[in-house]
Design a protein around this ligand. Structure first.
Ligand code: ADP
Ligand code: MG
Length: 725
């Protein structure tokens, strides 16, 4: 019957778009025909239109179940702005007052309202039943339908009650929509909504414009991220972190490095959050550092990169989050940092949860780990996860395809795996099967008497790192499946059985090694570049400067500072400020000549300055130091500062030393005047002026007997502040 409706005309009329995207038209016709409909379309594909347009055409009011209150308001505003009248769309949720609810009821009853967004809680509420029964419902739309399944990435228990509530209110066609769903989640959705016969519209999940890369997470991560952002200056990006604390820390580090960044997490008040969103949309800030609370419903088409600072908890979540990059079809770089350690931490977190939930959580996490460690095309793995086969050999847009690893012949290994799975009657998980192949008689294996089987230990002579990649690549090739419904037990497919009878060539690539040792290696590598010639030139310059100023050399610059200069080649006073131990004062006072020397040296010797970035760090314990500086400014006696901060007096001096040695000037004269005699101060001060070193022990040897250690330390603080900073 709908064949006669000119849908394109209606699209143009209501939305001003000239053509449908993807399968929108077919989806809408199916719904108009009164059929249940299931829509799987990636983020940005245009799902909303699939229920918005039919609601405007059909008789009655459509009920749209949607999980987020903020999103609802946004969508309602969009719809209402399309026409002259308001009230075409409304929402119903816990944020409305009595008068607003009455307005909704009136508009629905008068027939004005075509779309009613409801939160699942409001839909299921007994008190609302009578209202929902009091008007004609054109259809039910369930947006973000993956929320139904615990196997998705955003499970909401209220979504489970949608079908029972619909049955109480009255039947009408149902359209379910989601951007992510594995086979398992898709089944869950259909079952839970009672739409087993729904026609499915599944767009490809391939996003060819997205570039996927996984990097080893090292201690160097902040620097890597800053470098990346600077290389892509002015582009919009999102960085996901797992904890609020990390979000705050990283945002602070980025800001300290002149990047327009802001933190976003659910712990911030809503005014701050919406301001941050606005700033991002309006490009007043470039980078949002966020927990996964950020992003649903953010429709910024030109997000150019999405970085995962921590490993995501599931591949569905990962796909969804990376999906926010490049929605306009342009560049979208998706970079995840992975460390096996993080994975273990996440697993630990889960231990407090109910066993069943833990089990699901761990399996999802293992999938992400497999994705990260694998050397197979990332696109292929992701699409495989969503039940889609990617057939191109090389996608040309992920790290593994751009830098392919050597292929190994794995016929023998695959046969061992397949036979092992069958030997244990396809009733065990991957880690069990691997133990079995390696011939490890674990308690579990012994309790099943599997160590007595002929296949036990069939692969004990081969390196143990081959088994996981062979199993996973065997899955991608369709020989093995993981039965997610059943605790992730490994099964052999029909193709796998044929393979055992008639084996053919099978190649696999080894995983990338993300273990600790690799991490250490990378770090050592970074520091070995000190230029000895330059270093000795800098030492000479320091000596001369010291002589001129009539000061000990260490007051000018400490050794570590010179070492860094001879490694990083700073050539401007600005760059110099980022060298350890060099504050603004010191850089200005002594820096010029040093920079000049480095610059000339680089030019004369054709030295390419390392692209190495000057990363300003925000020290972990910087809060204490910031407080101390504040107290000193207010001339609070040092003993009071110590007790306020719950520090021993010596600990406070340690902190102040660190402040002074990092190049910040402090003034403690007001305190010295109170606790020491002026002549005593002069004595010690003179000692430091003459001394070759700043060592307290040497000073005590020289001055001891007359002065307390702490007195010497206090004067050293004064001396360094005045002369060095
Ligand atoms: P999804 O919910 O699938 O992530 P949306 O429904 O939010 O995607 O739509 C994404 C964007 O695409 C919106 O800005 C929307 O206005 C736009 N859009 C949807 N359908 C069309 C169309 N047929 N022509 C042009 N733009 C469209
Ligand atoms: Mg949507």
């Amino acid at each position: 019957m709908t064949g006669t409706i000119n849908l394109t005309g209606q699209l143009k009329h209501y939305f001003g778009f000239s053509s449908f995207k993807g399968e929108q038209e077919a989806i809408i016709r199916n719904l108009l025909d009164g059929n249940d409909t299931f829509v799987l379309m990636p983020t940005g594909g245009g799902k909303s239109l699939c229920y918005q347009l039919p609601s405007l055409i059909m008789e009655g009011t459509a009920i749209v179940v949607s999980p987020l209150i903020a999103l609802m308001k946004n969508q309602v505003d969009v719809i209402n702005s399309l026409g002259e009248e308001t009230g075409v769309a409304h929402y119903l949720n816990s944020s409305l007052n009595k008068a607003a609810i009455q307005q909704v009821h009136d508009d629905v009853h008068s027939g004005k309202t075509k779309l009613l967004y409801v939160a699942p809680e409001s839909l299921n509420k007994e008190d609302n039943l009578e209202f929902f029964r009091s008007f004609k419902i054109s259809f039910y739309a369930v947006d973000e339908a993956h929320c139904i399944s615990e196997w998705g990435h955003d499970f909401r228990p209220e979504y489970r009650n949608i079908r029972p509530t619909i049955s109480k209110i009255g039947d009408a066609p149902v359209i379910a929509l989601t951007a992510t769903a594995t086979d398992k989640v898709r089944m869950d959705i259909k079952k839970s909504l009672g739409i087993m016969d729904a026609k499915e519209f599944k767009s490809s999940f391939n996003r060819p414009n997205l570039y996927y890369e996984v990097r080893q997470k090292t201690k160097d991560i902040d620097r890597q991220i800053i470098k990346f952002i600077k290389q892509h200056h002015g582009k919009s990006g999102i960085i996901y972190c797992i904890s609020r604390k990390k979000v705050e820390e990283l945002a602070a580090v980025l800001k300290a490095n002149d990047i327009k960044a802001a933190p976003y997490h659910a712990g911030l008040d809503s005014a701050t959050r919406s301001k941050t969103q606005d700033d991002f949309l309006m490009e007043r800030i470039d980078v949002i550092v966020a927990t996964i609370a950020f992003g649903m419903g953010i429709d910024k088409p030109d997000v150019r990169f999405v970085i995962h600072y921590d490993i995501p908890k599931s591949l569905e979540g990962y796909y969804q989050e990376t999906g926010r990059a490049g929605r306009d079809g342009g560049e979208g770089m998706c970079i995840a940092f992975y460390a096996y350690k993080d994975l273990q931490k996440l697993e630990k977190f889960m231990e407090s949860k109910p066993v069943a939930e833990q089990d699901i959580g761990k399996q999802l996490l293992q999938e992400t780990a497999a994705y990260a460690e694998s050397s197979v095309c990332r696109r292929r793995i992701l699409l495989h996860y969503f039940g889609e086969e990617y057939t191109k050999d090389n996608c040309g847009n992920c790290d593994n395809c751009l830098h392919p690893k050597t292929q190994h012949e794995g016929k023998e290994q695959l046969l061992i795996v397949l036979k092992a799975i069958m030997a244990v009657k396809e009733a065990f998980r991957q880690d069990y099967v691997v133990d079995f192949i390696k011939g490890r008689a674990t308690d579990d294996i012994v309790s099943h008497k599997h160590e007595q089987l002929e296949e036990f230990g069939a692969g004990e002579d081969m390196p143990s790192k081959v088994w996981n990649p062979v199993i996973r690549q065997g899955m991608i090739a369709g020989y093995i499946v993981k039965d997610v419904e059943n605790y992730g037990l490994l099964k052999v497919t029909a193709a796998g059985r044929r393979y055992v009878k008639n084996p053919t060539d099978f190649t696999y690539v080894e995983d990338t090694d993300f273990s600790e040792s690799a991490e250490d290696e990378m770090e050592d590598h970074g520091v070995s570049a000190l230029d000895p010639t330059l270093y000795s030139m800098l030492q000479d310059l320091r000596k001369n400067t010291a002589r001129k100023c009539n000061l000990p050399a260490y007051v000018i610059f400490q050794d570590v500072s010179l070492e860094q200069m001879a490694t990083l080649y700073p050539v401007t006073v600005d760059e110099l400020k980022n060298i350890q131990g060099v504050g603004v004062g010191k850089a200005k006072r002594y820096g010029k000549e040093f920079c000049q020397l480095i610059k000339t040296y680089c030019e004369e010797n054709d030295i390419e300055r390392p692209e190495e970035l000057f990363v300003r760090t925000v020290a972990k314990d910087s809060m204490t130091k910031v407080k101390i500086i504040g107290f000193l400014d207010r001339r609070m006696p040092l003993d009071d500062i110590a007790s306020t901060l719950n520090l021993e007096f010596e600990e406070l001096l340690d902190e102040i030393d660190a402040i002074v040695y990092s190049g910040t000037k402090v003034n403690i004269d007001y305190f010295l005047e109170d606790v020491m005699d002026e002549d005593q101060v002069d004595d010690i001060y003179e000692y430091f002026r003459e001394s070759e070193t700043d060592s307290i022990d040497d000073a005590v040897d020289e001055l001891g007997g007359d002065y307390e250690d702490n007195e010497i330390r206090l004067v050293r603080i004064k001396f360094l502040s005045e002369q060095a900073n």
